[in-house]
Design a protein around this ligand. Structure first.
Ligand code: TRH
Length: 356
């Protein structure tokens, strides 16, 4: 089938990151995908090798007409995060008689949340009243953590690749010096407890190497030397999504943020701390609580999340080996539960087939 995915980059890397993973997953299954994106700059480092079957369309007003004229309408139109696809494509899509008497398949891919409303809204229809799509019906597709939602993106070979991963070899390949110290990745916005975390690592009895991702995390780090007491710091370049996964697999503790890296941290199976994307009305507070609830997080894991996300004040819990072990068990239990469920693409394809 032909799939058109529409993506508008609002800020950060999650919009492009999620859409690219979905496009690549479809491409890997032999589908023909066009990823329409208004700012593809991040794909240069996220997906430098591209993916067979996936073409990236520069979604700007100047190029839309040419792109529309150059290919038939898609069989499935995916609108990521309510981004309003190009009207020219919708017009073509609406005019095209779907094959074999099937109906038009227009999916609104929503943001990930563990909140209960996701199960209620997942799969609901939304009739379109305005031109050029008037008369068509979109369907909401909500990623999520339970079988009653759209699930999470997970490549079929992911668990096997994770199993085969050689962390020493990968670290050496990246030029990251490692002598067996605790490894911690840092992918965050500007967490209020960052300085306290650094201070804790610095005075810890256990040597720690912090692997700081490029961009906002690196900018948030207070300036200083690479060696600070028991803490060593490595600054990373922007990596491909594949190497970003490897980074999470290599570390004993992962600090992640947003949407896509949270999912990847769960697949890594190591303890993780999530900085949620902040919203003005503090709607992210209940979103964080919902994840904590789904994880069945211990009081120390909840407390650390509250402090890391600026939802509480006080001392950061000490990151002792026992603490990390217990957070690790939580992460593994979450992964096991999710591995028992179908991945997002399997559910999406089933959903699309049912709507035909
Ligand atoms: O960048 P983010 O904070 O994106 C956010 C969230 O998606 C949020 O929900 C959304 O509303 C907001 O953007 C607009 O975090 P996220 O979702 O983890 O996306 C980061 C992507 O960047 C992910 O696909 C991993 C990728 N990445 C790399 O591939 N290489 C790198 O070196 C780094 C640092 C990130």
């Amino acid at each position: 089938m032909r799939w058109d995915i529409f993506c508008k980059v609002i800020d950060n890397h999650g919009d492009a990151g999620v859409c690219w993973r979905l496009a690549a997953a479809l491409g890997a299954q032999g589908e023909t995908v066009r990823l329409w994106i208004d700012d593809s700059s991040a794909l240069a480092w996220m997906a430098p090798a591209g993916c067979e079957g996936v073409s990236v369309v520069d979604w700007t007003a100047a190029t839309v007409e040419i792109q529309v004229a150059s290919a038939p309408a898609p069989d499935v139109l995916i609108e990521a995060f309510g981004c309003d696809p190009a009207p020219e494509v919708i017009r073509l899509f609406a005019r095209q008689a779907p094959t074999g008497g099937s109906s038009h398949r227009w999916i609104n891919l929503e943001y990930l949340s563990a909140e209960p409303y996701v199960e209620r809204l997942h799969g609901l229809p939304s009739p379109v009243f305005r031109d050029p799509g008037a008369g068509l019906t979109k369907h909401f597709f909500y990623p999520g953590f339970t079988t009653a939602t759209g699930g999470l993106l997970r490549e079929p070979e992911l668990a096997a690749r994770r199993e085969r991963f050689d962390r020493g070899a990968w670290l050496a390949q990246q030029g990251i010096p490692w002598e067996g110290e605790r490894l911690v990745s840092l992918f965050c916005y500007e967490p209020p407890a960052l300085e306290a975390l650094l201070a804790q690592f610095e005075r810890s009895g256990q040597p720690t190497r912090l692997l700081v991702t490029a961009g906002r995390a690196a900018a948030a780090l207070p300036p200083g030397p690479a060696q600070r007491g028991a803490l060593s710091i490595s600054w990373l370049p922007y990596m491909s999504q594949q190497d970003f996964d490897h980074l999470l697999w290599a570390c004993d503790l992962n600090f992640v943020r947003g949407e896509d890296s949270l999912v990847r941290a769960i697949w890594a199976g190591a303890p993780f701390i999530w900085q949620i994307y902040p919203q003005d009305d503090d709607a992210h507070h209940s979103k964080l609580e919902a994840l904590m609830h789904w994880l069945n997080a211990s009081p120390s894991l909840r407390r650390f999340h509250h402090l890391w996300n600026g939802m509480a004040e006080g001392h950061l819990p000490e990151l002792t080996p026992q603490t990390l072990e217990s957070w690790g068990s939580t992460a593994l239990a979450a992964r096991t539960c999710l591995l028992d469920q179908d991945d997002l693409l399997t559910r999406l394809r089933r959903f699309v087939a049912q709507k035909s």
